[in-house]
Ligand binder design. Structure first.
Ligand SMILES: *Cc1c(COP(=O)(O)O)cnc(C)c1O
Length: 410
């Protein structure tokens, strides 16, 4: 299998058992429970001595096949598919955090992730230390014996901030702290998290992977490189499971108890989504760069923020980490909130909608929507401006997207 290229591996992942009807795509196993031939076989499955399917909250053939495909293409030790990106984040954090531990991250986070740290986890005595992750001295100074993770988004949404991952992971490795990264913005066909020292990768597979906003999903990808002996919570498990301690805690306890496993229908759609991931990613990112270059020149556009533009502050770093086409999301600023609303209201082709990486191009005013329930002070700290519009570029012809911009900005 390892001899095949990325795209071929995606298409030719083998089933763990031959399908009864030789189905060419993995069937949707909607069954909740699975029958056993004997009480002994049942005992062995329930006590973890054999890997058999018992109950679909814990594991399911269709979902496992999706997980296997992601494992094969990423080279991960284990992949766990959850019901949404937020389920992936919460399952991963609950696996490593306990009362008294702290997480170091930036305020530049997806809105619900910020709220999960600031509100949900803080109620259980898990402290979140928000800092400037681009300032590595600040990160180093904040790490202590109770730090259970450094968490980040590889390109922050909507600020588009980029951290030097190799330098950051050097610090986390020296300090014995796992680096957890939400890589939703650049899928694994274009960004190899493991090569940048990321220990646990989180993906909202709702976005690129689902193949056009077909279903919600999230992935927790464990690269199996981290020594969990230094983890405040997992060091005892590390004695039994070594580098597999995180996966053991997640799979044997946390994910079963939280009950947010991916549904077989979503896994089926996202397995198909994976088959066209590279193709779609190439097209939307080329569209994005082309559109950004055109939008920059339209009168009334104050600034455009995309790390693939040579004038962007993060251009060199972004190119080194993500290549010439860093994702299909960009933001731009108009003169005021009113100008943003007027632009959105005039759009004809581009859809007014949240979500990212649908096949259709989407536009949103983050300050009044995703971040609308935060106070203006917190929005300021999060660097979410009233003058910003976020665009997620789809598969349309760029000429049509540009024409829509031009007519909406007159
Ligand atoms: C959308 C998104 C999430 C949350 O994913 P859901 O599937 O909507 O739960 C997390 N992180 C980032 C960067 C996202 O864009």
């Amino acid at each position: 299998m390892s001899k095949l290229s990325f795209d071929s591996k995606i298409l030719h992942t083998k089933y763990t058992k031959p399908d009864a009807y030789n189905a060419l795509s993995m069937p949707v196993y909607n069954s909740v429970a699975y029958e056993f031939d004997s009480a002994e076989q049942m005992e062995s499955a329930f006590t973890g001595k054999s890997a058999e399917f018992a109950y679909s909250r814990i594991t399911n053939p269709t979902v496992q096949y999706f997980e296997d495909r992601v494992s094969i293409i990423t080279g991960a030790l284990s992949v766990t598919a959850l019901n949404s990106g937020m389920a992936a984040i919460s399952n991963a954090i609950i696996t490593i955090a306990k009362t008294g531990s702290n997480i170091i991250t930036s305020r530049h986070l997806f809105g619900n992730t910020y709220s999960f740290f600031a509100n949900t986890m803080s109620a259980y005595g898990v402290e979140t230390r928000f800092c400037d992750l681009t300032n590595l001295d600040e990160v180093e100074a904040l790490i202590d014996a109770n730090t259970c993770a450094v968490f980040l988004e590889i390109i922050t949404n909507p600020q588009m901030e980029v951290v030097d991952l190799k330098s950051l992971s050097k610090i986390t490795k020296q300090s014995g702290v796992p680096l957890i990264a939400d890589t939703t913005i650049i899928p694994f066909c274009a960004f190899k998290a493991k090569e940048f020292g990321i220990d646990i990768e989180i993906v909202s597979s709702t976005k690129y992977i689902s193949g056009g906003a077909t279903s919600l999903g999230g992935l927790v990808i464990d690269y199996g490189d981290f020594d969990w002996m230094s983890s405040p919570k997992l060091h005892t498990m590390a004695k039994d499971f070594g580098k597999g301690a995180f996966t053991a805690k997640l799979r044997k306890e946390v994910h079963r108890n939280l009950g947010a496993y991916m549904t077989p229908q979503a896994a089926y759609m996202q397995t198909l989504g994976l088959e066209t991931l590279s193709l779609r990613y190439e097209k939307v990112t080329k569209n994005c760069l082309e559109l950004v270059t055109l939008v920059e020149k339209i009168a009334g556009v104050e600034s455009v923020n995309y790390t693939g533009l040579p004038a962007n502050k993060y251009y060199e770093l972004s190119k080194k980490q993500f290549g010439d086409y860093p994702g299909a999301m960009f933001t731009f600023n108009l003169s005021s909130r009113e100008a943003c609303f007027a632009f959105l209201n005039k759009l004809k082709t581009i859809k007014r909608a949240t979500n990212l990486f649908d096949n259709k191009t989407l536009a949103i005013h983050p300050a009044s929507t995703i971040f609308g329930n935060f106070t203006p002070e917190i929005r300021k700290e999060m660097n979410v401006s009233d003058k910003t519009i976020r665009i997620s570029v789809g598969l349309e012809d760029v000429t049509d997207l540009y024409a829509d911009f031009v007519q909406a900005l007159v």
